[in-house]
Design a protein around this ligand. Structure first.
Ligand code: XMP
Length: 513
């Protein structure tokens, strides 16, 4: 696959550059600026992109431009700090500024250039820089300017070296994607072949190469999209030599265990062992109210089940993990270059720290949206691909107070109503990150028919969020809330009152525990 290498000089937006190129169906990797040259060469890059960064090129110890970049003869695009590095290396002049230019600016595009082909002559871009280029290196022309930045974009078409002072990767820059597209397709001549069918084919070949003709792989399915796609890719590669297991800890949403099994075995044709461990988890959780203890118990119990299954179904040489590219970038960025260590599994609460497995990680070059696209191509139904995040400890952290079978069933019934009603209004559903019910131990007085009731309070939670780090409570239509409330009180025994949670994160968290 033709690759573009992005060298990361520490910008806030480096990962975004990679995501934009992937959106253009171009394979790229983001590597630290000081990654060994051999590592870059292994990728046989078709072009190099230099990210921005917080430094001034004059700072002592500022990240330097590796000599191979300009010596390679490859097309180069420098963004912000990356452009300044190019100017400095080629004997232009970079002006040291004492004030940063931060925010929107309007640039005027000069004459015709490959970089701005088809882009309007004036556009709003996003600037975030201190220093700027003051004199161009020989051979360079000004491609765009702004009132504050005379060299907002520069280029040497003959050597295919370009620089932009603004950030084409952020959405605030109009036509930013067009500028990147012009660079990768027209300047570099790279074709958009990073598409699901090719990614699948390549991943399958890699899994086959890694596992050899005999290697057996174990994969724990969580019910989420990452592990389902991981298992499906490996299953297509090695068939019977993959064994999956799915731990039903009894704290899944209504019918979720059965639905997950039907998906795995009928639609994805996987060999899956279901471990019904509900009783086991419930007995460990008996009488426990503290949220952190609940999480710990569930995490530890999962490890127990995992070890037992690995032993019973094994031996296995390989363990499948749904590691995604952002995890790999993060570990490389922290100087921990060995991304192939077992990281704690978000979905299940942590696998044993020391295990004698080699990891198979077919998603480790993919972003989440690419995993979803591949999932669709592999035949995962849309509702699975777009499934809302679900915490590993499941409903245990949505039952406030001790977890019992009765409480779990009550919550499952209320939660199913919340999901059915919201799913029935796709315009609302699309805007939400998560929506669910929470069972509280608060009992309140109510009246039903002619009788008094004294039953539990259910809270409904619906939030909008980009990544779960912050979230806003959703302004659900009142008639929708009314339907949810009426149905829960009428259909779920043991609940006589429903409240809507109007707290955002921060200061609240998304889950109640
Ligand atoms: P909070 O409640 O911290 O949740 O705002 C942020 C996101 O993380 C999910 N979450 C978890 N996921 N194991 C998980 O796999 C957990 O223990 C856990 N706790 C919270 C939560 O659903 C939300 O998407």
């Amino acid at each position: 696959m033709q690759a573009i290498v992005i060298l990361d000089f520490g910008a806030q937006y480096s990962q975004l550059i990679a995501r934009r190129l992937r959106a253009l169906h171009v394979y790229c990797e983001l590597l630290p600026f000081d990654a060994p040259q051999a590592e870059i060469e292994k990728l046989s890059p078709r072009a190099l992109i230099l990210s921005g960064g917080p430094n001034s090129v004059y700072d002592p110890g500022a990240p330097a431009l590796p000599a191979y970049v300009l010596a390679s003869g490859l097309p180069v695009l420098g963004i912000c700090y990356g452009m300044q590095l190019i100017a400095q290396a080629l004997h232009g002049v970079v002006h040291r500024a004492d004030r940063r230019e931060y925010g929107p600016a309007t640039i005027t595009v000069g004459g015709p250039s490959a970089l701005f082909h088809g882009v309007p002559p004036a556009l709003n871009v996003w600037m975030s820089h201190g220093d700027s280029v003051e004199r161009l290196p020989d051979g360079f022309a000004t491609l765009a300017q702004s009132p504050n930045t005379p060299f907002a974009a520069i280029g040497d078409a003959a050597r295919r070296i370009y620089g932009v002072q603004f950030h084409p990767e952020v959405t605030h820059t109009e036509h930013g994607l067009d500028i990147l597209r012009n660079f990768v397709y027209d300047v570099c001549g790279v074709s958009p072949n990073w598409v699901p069918a090719n990614i699948i084919e390549e991943s399958i070949a890699q899994v086959r190469a890694q596992t050899g003709p005999q290697g057996r792989v174990l994969c724990a399915l969580s019910g989420g999209v990452d592990s389902a796609v991981t298992a499906t890719l490996i299953g297509r590669a090695i068939g019977e030599r993959l064994t999956c297991f799915f731990v039903d800890h009894g704290l899944l949403r209504q019918n979720e265990g059965d639905e997950a099994m039907a998906l795995f075995t009928e639609h994805l044709d996987l060999n899956v062992v279901r471990v019904n461990a509900g009783e086991r988890f419930l007995s460990k959780l008996a009488g426990v109210s503290d949220p952190e203890r609940k999480r710990k118990i569930i995490g530890e119990e999962f490890i127990r089940v995992f070890e037992e299954e690995a032993k019973a179904l094994g031996p296995f040489e390989f363990l499948a993990q749904g590691t995604l590219y952002p995890d790999v970038i993060e570990s490389a960025g922290q100087g921990k270059k060995d991304a192939a260590r077992i990281k704690s599994h978000h979905n299940v609460g942590g696998l044993p720290a020391r295990m004698d497995f080699t990891l198979v990680e077919p998603l480790k070059r993919l972003f989440k949206d690419e995993v979803r696209a591949i999932g669709r191509t592999l035949g995962l139904p849309e509702r699975w691909v777009n499934r809302q995040p679900f915490p590993g400890p499941g409903l245990a952290v949505r039952i406030i107070g001790p977890v019992t079978r009765e409480a779990t069933e009550t919550l499952q019934a209320a939660d199913a109503i919340v999901r059915q009603e919201i799913d029935a209004v796709p315009d609302v559903q699309r805007r939400l990150w998560q929506y669910f019910a929470v069972l509280t131990p608060v009992q309140t007085v109510g009246v039903m028919g002619d009788g008094r009731t004294y039953a539990n309070l259910v809270a409904v939670r619906a939030v909008a969020s980009e990544d779960g780090m912050t979230a806003n409570w959703a302004h659900l239509p009142h008639d929708l809330l009314a339907r949810i409330s009426a149905r829960i009180v009428n259909e779920v025994p043991g609940v006589n009152r429903v409240v809507y949670d109007i707290s955002s994160k921060p200061p609240a968290t998304i889950e109640w525990e």
